[in-house]
Design a protein around this ligand. Structure first.
Ligand code: CIR
Length: 265
């Protein structure tokens, strides 16, 4: 039997049309197109070496496909988050339940706010964005979760984007792709930084796959060129419906690199 690193995804409910866009509800989101894009995303995760487990989306929670925000996984431990937007808090339970079949799950306290999209792990450090969705109490809860696991938590100032990972992701164990207009590069000292040029900070949101290829949103040609220049293979995906709801490629999965799962056939 073949086993590969596990990725969790959550399907697109009919209610996705009402996903959050800024602090309002979407109106022009195309659910059928989002489902097609989600299917391609899932196939790309599998083609790049993940075993994908699918959790049904939740009609009561239009943003439930943005599963990344509901948990932070470090090796074989997960922190079930307390999402910063109140409408998203009910998304956490089913994801925590699925995670508990693979890892130990701890829960963030009720009086904090933290979204997984603000948490970027690179080379043993955990960077966390101070954002509209993640507050100081959430950062402190993450630090308490991470300390026994030997991980240091480093707060990062961001501006103009929803989450830290909207504008900063890892391209390697010591290489970060980020938009300096949106993310303060100073806390990343010691790591190599590759800047995405231009005003579109979300161009820095990519997903590294186990086979070394990198998912890049199709509308970010500059990013694809950077990835290729780094000797990595960009895999372009149309993510327009998710981008329209402030979501990027990372948001659509939780990737558990240290948990191997059988490949679905
Ligand atoms: C929200 O506003 O919460 C969703 N519409 C988008 C969440 C994107 N998640 C992410 O960047 N990790």
């Amino acid at each position: 039997m073949i086993a590969r690193p596990l990725a969790l995804v959550r399907t697109v409910p009919d209610g996705f049309a009402a996903a959050l866009v800024g602090d309002r509800r979407g109106t022009g989101l195309d659910v059928a197109a989002a489902r097609r894009q989600h299917a391609r995303y899932r196939e790309a995760l599998e083609a790049g070496g993940f075993s994908v487990e699918v959790i049904p989306g939740d009609e009561a929670h239009p943003d439930s496909p943005f599963i990344e925000d509901t948990a932070v996984v470090v090796n074989r431990w997960a922190l079930a988050t307390r999402p910063g937007h109140p409408s998203r808090r009910g998304e956490v339970g089913p994801v925590a339940e699925a995670l508990a079949r693979h890892v130990d799950v701890a829960w963030a306290p009720d009086d904090v706010r933290i979204d997984g999209g603000d948490v970027l792990q690179v080379g043993g450090r955990i960077f966390v964005g101070r954002s509209a969705r993640t507050d100081d109490a959430g950062i402190a809860a993450l630090a308490r979760f991470a300390a026994p696991l030997g991980r240091t938590v480093v707060p990062v100032r961001i501006s103009g984007v929803l989450h830290l990972k909207s504008a900063a992701t890892a391209l390697g164990d010591d290489l970060v792709l980020l938009s300096v207009g949106a993310v303060d590069p100073e806390p990343f000292e010691g790591l190599e930084i590759e800047e995405v040029p231009g005003p579109d900070a979300e161009a820095a949101n990519v997903v590294r796959l186990p086979d070394g290829s990198v998912l890049v949103a199709a509308h970010h040609e500059n990013t694809a060129a950077i990835v290729a220049r780094r000797g990595l293979r960009p895999v372009l995906l149309d993510t327009s419906e998710f981008a329209a709801a402030d979501g990027g490629l990372t948001c659509l999965s939780i990737r558990l690199r240290s948990v191997l799962a059988p490949v679905a056939t």
